[in-house]
Design a protein around this ligand. Sequence first.
Ligand code: GGG
Length: 359
Amino acid sequence: MEKTSVALIPGDGIGIEVVAETRRVLDKLSAFSGSVTFDYTEFPWGCQYYVEHGVMAPRDFLSTLADFETIFLGAVGYPGVPDHVSLWGLLLPIRRTFEQYVNLRPVKLLRGVESPLRKYAAGDIDFVVIRENTEGEYSNIGGRIHSGLPQETVIQNTVFTRFGCERIIRYAYELAVVSSKKKVCGATKSNGINWTMPFWDEIFDAVGEAEFPQVERQLVHIDALSAFFVLKPHEFEVVVASNLFGDILTDLGAAIVGGIGIAPSANINPRRDHPSMFEPVHGSAPDIAGKGIANPVGQIWSAKMMLDHIGQSELGDRLLESVEEVLAEGIVRTPDFGGASTTAEVADAVIEKLSRLDW
Ligand code: GGG
């Protein structure tokens, strides 16, 4: 049986609840299948750790994580710790140090989920957003001078490297080819942002023309693209975007397929020379934390992406199909989906579906 080492970082708020329930689901899946086991090591890092130690994680946390095959993260951020402190102290260093330069975020309408765009049925919306994950607008190059004076000034630079743009754009085209998709859409804003975005567009066209002439390509300004996600989401197959654009677009993507509670993501190092990390798109949701009612589907779907990454995509498909079965029945659902079920009840229902499969 294949054994995969997993660094578990539940993090903050509902992250703690959804990771615990997803771990239970994964352990059952492992027992049913007999083909994979997970060797977990849990780390208590996050905002509570910050309150106690003044840092989000121990100084050597990146070298600790480096030895794991995968990282499974819940959520980061909690009132009392500034959001930029919590993100820059834990999540962003992991993405950068381990060169998880691809943030893969599927936007798919599952069975049993009603889109707020009412003409759409399950499967009608099915595309993936590839977000650049290590540079772009999420750059810590900048500074603040003259604090407290009338001339106080802050500068945050956006960083687009040829290396970084080429590799993420190439990944998007490659994904289109291997998944038999016909077109790739690039998110831009090269009318208003006159250095980085024309550079991005140039690379998008050059890589497409030279290496993937068979793939249809189109650059769309981010403002229009946001509208098209609502007006004609069925037309998208693969969307590639810079760090901030991809982050914003995927909250909208999550909203059109049922909500942020079910949206998964994978932070991937395609070279596999460092661990990849799997986490839901949602944050720590302090308003419902501790109540046991968080939707675990985003975290469970992220586990499916982890299974895909470790070469267990058949198990991953079975896991997502079981989630879809539960959603399609419409009986066990958390309050964000109009139900009254708890996080644990949803996990139990998924486990029950898995137990009925032919193993
Ligand atoms: N589930 C991960 C998490 O807590 N995300 C919150 C967040 O704001 N992340 C920012 C980002 O993905 O850039």
